[in-house]
Ligand binder design. Sequence first.
Ligand SMILES: Cc1cc2nc3c(=O)[nH]c(=O)nc-3n(C[C@H](O)[C@H](O)[C@H](O)COP(=O)(O)OP(=O)(O)OC[C@H]3O[C@@H](n4cnc5c(N)ncnc54)[C@H](O)[C@@H]3O)c2cc1C
Ligand code: SF4
Length: 351
Amino acid sequence: MTALPVLIVGAGPAGLAAAHALASAGQPVQLVEKEKVLGGAPILSGYAKLVPSGEWAKDAIGGMVRRVEENPLIVTRRGVSVASFDGGPGAFKATLSDGTKVNAAAAILATGFTHFDSVNKPEWGFGTYPDVVTTTQVEQMLSSGKGVRCPSDGREPERVAILLCVGSRDRQIGRTWCSKVCCTVSANLAMEIRETLPNCNVYIYYMDIRTFGLYEDKYYWESQEEFKVKYIKARIAEVTSDGKRLIVKGEDTLVKRPITIPFDMVVHAIGMDPNVDNMKLSAIFDVKLHPHGYIERASTYAAMSGTSRPGVFVAGAATGPETIDDSIAQGQAAAMAALACCHELVGEEAA
Ligand SMILES: Cc1cc2nc3c(=O)[nH]c(=O)nc-3n(C[C@H](O)[C@H](O)[C@H](O)COP(=O)(O)OP(=O)(O)OC[C@H]3O[C@@H](n4cnc5c(N)ncnc54)[C@H](O)[C@@H]3O)c2cc1C
Ligand code: SF4
């Protein structure tokens, strides 16, 4: 095995899983994270109970962080990014933003995604009305233990609308992809709201429901049958206010009639944009981007962890919208690919 470490960029679920897998196989790792805190979106954005496990994010992902922090083969570098990256497999040279030089045998980009910024959908009220919030804000309300409250005056909402596909499946704003997890996350949040505020009515406005795979029973049906969450198939026109309550206007696309319903709180189920750093990462690491702006994989099957540059691998939501469990699986797959790359190099040296 080469003594040179594998450089992992990004310490979310994918990067943490890759680091742990490599270290478990005896491979040293340098883990570079631009934030001061490890754990990626679930920790940085304060997610509450995760789907599908129901575990609190701080416990589930916090455990992954601790496992990495305690491993002597993993050096973590927080609050820094990679400024330059040269060389080839077995002999990469990275310079970090604090001037540190790192020599690496291979690299894994586990740089994740950026939450869609709802101000890019101004007609749906975010940024104009304080009680129009995002799913991440509701996650934070639940994980802080304070409960779901209207930001304007702290009251318990009696009627909440969750709008799906905000920043996803929307050609008008150039985001045609489905963010994969937000239907399930929203059904889960709706049930949590009903559980903590039994007098609150929760409505989910949808185009299609994509509680994919095994999530259909546990989230889609259970939210309706057990928790009495109401689903409205609709096209939303705008979110306004009558001075007292928020007004959601749109068209019920099943009965083809306009609908106008008042709410105390409106929640945007925001999508997963490509990481805003991806242009920079593409230039520094000389890797190609997918037309939507995510980091492109070398191939779908044969080299799913590869990028356009040999010795540089990719995992998790850096490649497109992904769930946590798939991001972890991809982190482990990228670790295996990087390890194989290190072994090939040792073989070449010995020959
Ligand atoms: C509201 C919401 C709720 C969700 N809830 C769930 C859920 O319950 N269950 C589920 O399975 N999925 C959920 N997801 C999806 C989940 O967030 C992703 O699957 C997961 O975060 C992807 O992990 P990752 O490690 O690939 O990326 P991320 O979590 O985005 O981590 C990437 C890391 O890389 C760092 N980074 C980025 N750029 C750089 C750079 N240039 N240099 C250094 N470091 C960098 C970031 O700071 C971050 O720490 C949810 C998504 C949303 C939007
Ligand atoms: S998962 Fe659901 S809410 Fe998210 S983009 Fe896809 S269809 Fe829309």
